[in-house]
Write a protein that binds this ligand. Sequence first.
Ligand code: ASP
Length: 344
Amino acid sequence: MLTAASSTIALAVPGLPNIKILATGGTIAGAGVSSTQYAGYQAAVTPVDKLLLAVPELGKIANVTGEQISQVASHNMSNEILLKLAKRINVLLASPEVDGVVITHGTNTLEESAYFLNLVVKSEKPVVMVGAMRPGTSMSADGPMNIFRSVITAGSKDSRGRGVMVVMNDQIIGARDLQKTDTMTVDTFKAPVFGYLGFVVDSKTHFYKPPARKHTHQTEFDISKVNVLPKVDIVMGYEDDSRAAVDAFVTAGAKGVVHAGSGTAAVSGQMQPGLEDAVKKGVAVVRAPRSSLGIITRNMEFDDDKFGTISGDTLSPPKARVLLMLGLTRTSDPKEIQRMFNEY
Ligand code: ASP
C-alpha cells in the first residue's frame, strides 16, 4: 500500500513492512528544464508525495507513508534540521507501527548526516538513507530505483542492527564507511577503506558483514534534550598555510576544531602554535587526514601527547567534525574525546 502524504488515511496491507519515508531535499527531489539537464538543475523542489508516486512499485513491497522534514540541498543541511530529523526518527522507531525508516537526502553531505544519525538513533530497526545524482526530470534518473531499493532494505529483517545504511546504485554502505568520491557519476558512493556492507539484487538484500564500530543504540550519545550542538569547524593544512583560520574560528566561538592535515594529518610549523593556543583556551583539536583515507593514530607525525590534541582514527575531516560535536555534548576532556574516537 502506498500512501503518499502522511495525512492520508489508508489501510495497510497485512504482512508488508510499515516504512516511513522522511524527505529532506537534495537532487533526488530535484528538477531540471529538460530531460538532458544533469547540471544546473534545481535541487530540493519535489515534495515527498510526488517522489513516492513516481515509484508505484513501492505499494507491492511495503506500506509506505511520507513526511517532509525539510526541503534543502544538502550543502544547506544545518545542525538544527539534523537534530529535528534524528528526534523524529527516534519517535517513529519507538512505535510498534513502524518497521523501518528511509530518509531522502542530498548527496553532497550525505556522509555527514548518515554518520550523525548512526551515532544518535536509538533503535535496532533499519534506518536507510538514499539520494540521487540525477534529478527526477532527467533521462535515466537514478532516484526511483534507489528509493525502491532503500525501501526493500528498510523492510528486510536482515537489515536490523546494522546501523544507518546508505543504499544507492545497488550497494549498501555503512554510514561510517561511506564516501562521496565523484562530483557527477551515479556510482559516486564508495567505501574505499572498509568495503560495502552488502548489495540489493531485485527485491532482496545480501549482507556480508556487520559495521565495525559501535552505532545507534550502542552509543552513549543522547540528543533527546540537545537543542544546539557545540560549534566545531574544520581548517585545512596546505603548503605555506597559516594559523589565521584557526584563530578566526576560536575567536568566533568554536568549541572544537578539526585540522585536516596532509599525509598522516601533519601540522605545519606555522599552524602548530595556532592549534597549541586553541588547546590552551579549552578548544578540542582533532587531527584528521586531508585525503580522508587511512588511519591516524596518536603521535603520528605530531606529538598529540605534548600538545593535547586528539588523533582522528579513520574518520574523514567532515565525519571527525560530527563525532567531535557529539563528544562535546558530553565532555571537553581531550582524553575522553580520544576514547570516543577510538570507539566510534
Ligand atoms: N547535488 C546534490 C545531490 O546530489 C545536491 C544536494 O546535495 O542536495 O543531491
